[in-house]
Design a protein around this ligand. Structure first.
Ligand code: SF4
Ligand code: SF4
Length: 146
């Protein structure tokens, strides 16, 4: 359950994601949603995410049991992202089309800064760490608390 301040933070993060989606739609780098890039070993890729984005996910969806060493996002179901509305900036901005690499890096930096400013505004602890490790840490904490 979110506190009122967490709820406001969530709403502002949703606005940022919405603005990002509009910008990406305009750019249109192309994606057939094959889900391959959510298998991080297949893409030799480490997905990073901020603490507020991970909180946003855990406030809204259940994190399934998973094994970090598999290096596959636990939200990937039948090759589809099962949490599209809540997925991170890194998920949203990643496209495998090499022609868009530079422009997408710029988009990423811009929205990263906006999310960081949001964290500052709400005085939350800022961390930007590998997504799977942070999710595993969350699972461990909730198992100990529960
Ligand atoms: S949250 Fe969704 S888009 Fe992001 S890595 Fe996981 S399955 Fe892929
Ligand atoms: S970005 Fe590429 S690899 Fe990832 S889902 Fe889209 S088409 Fe597949």
């Amino acid at each position: 359950m979110e506190s009122p301040s967490e709820s406001n933070l969530s709403s502002e993060l949703e606005i940022i994601y919405h603005q990002l989606e509009k910008e990406l739609t305009r750019l249109n780098p192309g994606c057939n949603r094959c889900g391959t890039c959510c298998d991080f070993s297949a893409f030799d890729h480490i997905l990073y995410a901020s603490s507020i984005e991970i909180n946003f996910i855990t406030w809204n969806v259940e994190v399934p049991d998973f094994n970090v060493s598999d290096n596959i996002c636990p939200f990937l179901k039948n090759n589809q992202c099962s949490i599209r509305d809540f997925r991170t900036l890194g998920c949203r901005v990643f496209y495998c089309n090499p022609h868009y690499k530079e422009v997408l890096n710029e988009v990423y930096e811009k929205y990263y800064q906006m999310i960081k400013d949001l964290s500052r505004k709400y005085d939350t602890q800022w961390e930007y760490l590998p997504f799977l490790h942070k999710l595993a840490e969350f699972k461990l904490k909730t198992a100990v608390a529960g």
